[in-house]
Design a protein around this ligand. Structure first.
Ligand code: CU
Length: 135
């Protein structure tokens, strides 16, 4: 943001950028560790009890989003949803297919319905664990 106020020359901007890079370089040293702890899924890191507990829980985390049903495939137990962005997963808004943990959950839903749903990001076809129409 400061850079917006200091735009007289490209050279000065570059110098500032370089200075900021150097100032924050030590912080970047910690980033890999932070990412490793966040991933947590490789077992045996043992950084903390919390990280260890996150390992099995990582795929079990439940996220919520709103969207609209674009297609129901009851025989396959899947639903295709055009959903809003999911910042927690860094997902942009998109249309994608989910597996229904309980296919009966889609009873009463039809293409075009606006829904609120909860899901686990547990594979290439994430699992909807709850879905309900938005009024
Ligand atoms: Cu998606």
């Amino acid at each position: 943001m400061r850079r917006l106020h200091i735009l007289p020359t490209l050279a000065l901007t570059l110098a500032l950028a370089l200075a900021l890079t150097l100032v924050f370089a030590p912080a970047s040293v910690f980033l890999p560790a932070a990412f490793a702890a966040h991933d947590g899924g490789h077992g045996g890191h043992g950084v903390s009890r919390g990280a260890a507990a996150d390992t099995p829980a990582a795929n079990a985390a439940v996220y919520s989003a709103k969207g609209a049903v674009t297609r129901l495939e009851k025989a396959e137990g899947t639903v295709t949803l055009r959903h809003e962005a999911v910042p927690a997963l860094r997902w942009p808004a998109m249309t994608m297919t989910f597996r229904l943990e309980d296919p009966a959950a889609a009873d009463g839903l039809k293409a075009g319905d606006a829904v609120r749903f909860d899901f686990r990001n547990d594979g290439p076809t994430p699992t909807v664990v709850h879905i309900e129409p938005l009024d």
